[in-house]
Design a binder for this molecule. Structure first.
Ligand code: UD1
Length: 334
C-alpha cells in the first residue's frame, strides 16, 4: 500500500514515516522544509534501512501534487503539512489560513481527481477550545478556538465533514492530538523548533542545556492540584503508531468519517513535568512563576477510550520515557 505523507520531515511526520516503513507501507513523502531539515530523510533511512520516495515542494502547488498522483498509485494520504506555532499564527493569520486550510482544499481536489479518497488528518485538541469537562471525549463541543492556528484546524474539520457528507465514498480519519513530546529512542529524530520554543518541553530542554536561562511557568493560580496548567503529554512515537492504527481501520472498515483523540488519558501539571524531568535526568531546571499566558486553559486531557476500543490503540511509553528521550535528543543534537 502506497501512502503519501505530506510534511514527512517534520516532527510528527518523520516519526510516522518510520512507523509506516516498519509496517511495510510504501511511503511517498512531500515536504518544503519550511520548518524541517533535509537530513531527516537520511535519518529515517538509518533507522529503518528503507527509503521513502521524496518530492520537495509545497502542497499549495497543485501541479506538483497532481504529478505525485500521476507518478505514483497513491492509496492513502496522511496530511501533516501545516504551520503550528500558536503565537506566530496570531501575527500572520493570512499565511496560516493559506498554509493550513487552502492547502487542504487543493489536496482534496487533487485526491478526488485521482480517485484517492482515503485521508488521515492531523487535528488537535485545540479544537475543543475551553473544554466543558475533562477528560475530553470526542463528542464534546468543538469551537471557541483562541488563535488562527486552532481555528485553521477547526475549519479543516468542518471542511472534511462537508466533503464526506457530499460523497460518502470518502474514507477519512481525523486525529485530535493532545501534547506530543519526546523523541525517537535513537535520538536521530525529535523536535527542533525554529527560534525560541513556545512549547513547554523544547523550552525545558533548552534551559537544561544552558541555552535559555530559566523557564517561565505560566500561572500558578489555576484551579488545579498545584495551580499550574494540566495537559495530556503523549510520546511522539506512540502518536505516530496511532496513525498506523487509523490507516488500518480505514483499510478494513466500511467507508466513513472517524474522529479520535490521541492522548494517554493522564494529565500532568507544569510542575509535575519540571520535577519529573529533573529526577529522570538528574539535573535542576531553573524556573520562576510568571503570569498566565493568554489563551491557555487550566486543564486539558483526553478520554482515550474510543481510540482504544475502535482502533486498538494504547500508549506504551511513560512520562519518564518521554522526558528521557527528549533530553537525549537535545544532548545529542544541540
Ligand atoms: C499548544 C496549543 C496546541 C498545540 C500545541 C503544540 C493552544 C491553546 N494550544 O498547546 O493547539 O497543538 O501547543 O504546538 O492553542 N508552559 C509554561 N511555560 C512555557 C511554555 C508552556 O508554563 O514556557 C505551560 C503552558 O501554560 C501549558 C503547558 O505548559 O500549561 C503546555 O504548554 P504548550 O507546550 O505550549 O502546549 P499547549 O499550550 O497545551
Amino acid at each position: 500500500m502506497k501512502v503519501l505523507v505530506t510534511g514527512c520531515c517534520g516532527y510528527i511526520g518523520s516519526h510516522t514515516c518510520v512507523e509506516l516503513l516498519d509496517n511495510n507501507y510504501e511511503v511517498i513523502g512531500l515536504d518544503n522544509f519550511s520548518n524541517s531539515k533535509k537530513e531527516v530523510l537520511d535519518k529515517i533511512k538509518r533507522i529503518t534501512s528503507k527509503s521513502i520516495k521524496f518530492y520537495e515542494g509545497n502542497m499549495l502547488n497543485e501541479e506538483l501534487l497532481s504529478r505525485i498522483f500521476v507518478e505514483n498509485k497513491i492509496d492513502a494520504v496522511i496530511d501533516f503539512a501545516a504551520y503550528k506555532a500558536v503565537g506566530e499564527s496570531i501575527s500572520i493569520p493570512i499565511d496560516y489560513y493559506i498554509n493550513n486550510v487552502s492547502s487542504v482544499l487543493i489536496l482534496l481536489k487533487v485526491m478526488k481527481k485521482y480517485k484517492c479518497k482515503r485521508l488521515v488528518f492531523s487535528s488537535s485538541a485545540t479544537v475543543y477550545g475551553t473544554p466543558n469537562k475533562v477528560p475530553i471525549t470526542e463528542d464534546s463541543p468543538i469551537g471557541g478556538t483562541t488563535n488562527p492556528y486552532g481555528t485553521s484546524k477547526l475549519m479543516v474539520e468542518h471542511i472534511l465533514k462537508d466533503v464526506y457528507k457530499s460523497d460518502p465514498t470518502w474514507d477519512i480519519c481525523i486525529l485530535r492530538y493532545f501534547n506530543p513530546i519526546g523523541a525517537h529512542s535513537s535520538s536521530l529524530l525529535g523536535e527542533n523548533p525554529n527560534g525560541i520554543p513556545a512549547n513547554l518541553l523544547p523550552y525545558i530542554t533548552r534551559v537544561a542545556n544552558g541555552k535559555l536561562a530559566e523557564l517561565s511557568v505560566f500561572g500558578d493560580d489555576y484551579d488545579t492540584k498545584d495551580g499550574t496548567g494540566i495537559r495530556d503529554y503523549i510520546h511522539v512515537v506512540d502518536l505516530a503508531r496511532g496513525h498506523i492504527k487509523a490507516l488500518q481501520k480505514l483499510e478494513k472498515e466500511k467507508k466513513g468519517l472517524y474522529i479520535y483523540n490521541l492522548g494517554t488519558g493522564t494529565g500532568y501539571s507544569v510542575l509535575d513535568i519540571v520535577r519529573t524531568f529533573e529526577k529522570t535526568n538528574d539535573m535542576k531546571i531553573k524556573y520562576r512563576i510568571a503570569p498566565r499566558r493568554e489563551g491557555d486553559v487550566a486543564s486539558c486531557y483526553a478520554d482515550p477510550s474510543k481510540a482504544r476500543e475502535e482502533l486498538g490503540f494504547e500508549c506504551e511509553k511513560t512520562l519518564v520515557d518521554m522526558l528521557k528521550d527528549a533530553w537525549n535528543f537535545e544532548k545529542r543534537n544541540f
